[in-house]
Design a protein around this ligand. Structure first.
Ligand code: MN
Ligand code: MN
Length: 318
């Protein structure tokens, strides 16, 4: 191989893994997305949460727990840092006292990232943030297909009378035409609701809803083959709410639900996105305060690495 000029994660033989600045994967920090193919970006926003708060601390803790991740994917043979110029561009400067202003700030921050032809991999933050991200992506790519992992549909019409909160982003996104509903799948939905309509509304829009029970005890590789057929060609956004996984694996989140997906299934979903035209992805709802071991953030950091490993044109070593 020729020597690469791309940024590389700082190796454990150059600086102890527990030392140095806590950027995502110990990558260099960049002040913006200029000249980057892919960026990691944090959105420390949790004023759209309905139950336990704390996802504002997700980006910082995910970065801290990412320090052990090495650059090469032993399972899939992906070598993303040979393929892409990647950096951590820090956090979006949201206004934590004002939800509406923050929504606008996030949208404009992503406009700047996308203007640089850079693919954003986002560390949330609660799921509200996906709405302004999709608004920005729409301006660049038009309506997108969606792979959505979550315990919840997040298609409420309102929460406490508010149209924008962490349980409404996909209702608003479908209404605004940001998503092609027939190119959307929701995986891992479960638990108690207000009425059957909670999951039937997205179905009525053409979304494929795969409830958690349909995933129990099995590999999700066959499902993902169907998802790739369903979504086909065209831009796709991957949005991964950590509460889609079982709270046994990911307790550090605000609205945990029992009976969720396993870590292995989460990996199969992300690895199964290989071949889709991904234009961005996020990992949301990590709330470290409810997770004394750090495992939820460790998991989130690794899932973000796996997302990087399935972006279009990533190089796979034979
Ligand atoms: Mn969600
Ligand atoms: Mn959720």
């Amino acid at each position: 191989m020729t020597e690469t000029r791309n940024n590389q994660p700082l190796g454990g033989n150059e600086m102890p893994r527990f030392a140095g600045l806590a950027t995502m994967m110990r990558l260099p920090h960049a002040s913006n997305a200029k000249d980057l193919d892919v960026c990691f970006v944090g959105v420390p926003f949790d004023i759209g949460t309905s139950n336990r708060p704390g996802a504002r601390l997700g980006p910082r803790q995910i970065r801290a727990e990412s320090c052990l991740i090495r650059p090469y994917n032993m399972a899939t043979r992906a070598a993303p840092f040979d393929s892409f110029q990647v950096a951590d561009i820090g956090d979006v400067a949201i206004n934590t006292f004002d939800l509406q202003k923050s929504i606008s700030i996030i949208e404009h921050a992503y406009d700047e990232i996308l203007r640089q032809n850079c693919v954003p991999l986002t560390m949330g933050g609660d799921h509200t943030i996906t709405l302004p991200i999709l608004r920005s992506i729409y301006k660049r790519h038009g309506p997108v297909g969606i792979v959505h992992v979550d315990a919840h549909a997040d298609t409420n019409d309102h929460m406490f009378g508010e149209p924008i909160a962490h349980g409404t982003p996909f209702r608003r996104a479908i209404e605004e035409g940001l998503i092609e509903p027939t190119r959307m799948v929701q995986i891992g939905l479960r638990a108690s609701g207000y009425a059957a309509d909670d999951f039937d509304w997205p179905r009525s829009q053409g979304v494929r809803v795969v409830q958690a029970e349909a995933c129990w005890y099995q590999s999700l590789k066959p499902l993902m083959a169907e998802v790739r057929d369903q979504l086909g060609a065209g831009p796709v956004y991957l949005t991964f709410d950590i509460d889609g996984l079982d709270p046994a694996y990911a307790p550090g989140t605000g609205t945990p639900e029992i009976g969720g997906l396993s870590v292995h299934q989460g990996l199969e979903i992300i690895r199964g996105c290989r071949g889709l035209e991904l234009v961005g992805a996020d990992l949301v709802e990590v709330a470290p305060a409810y997770d004394t071991s750090g495992n939820t953030s460790l998991l989130a950091a690794n899932l973000l690495f796996e997302m990087l490993c399935v972006l279009p044109n990533v190089e796979y070593r034979s």
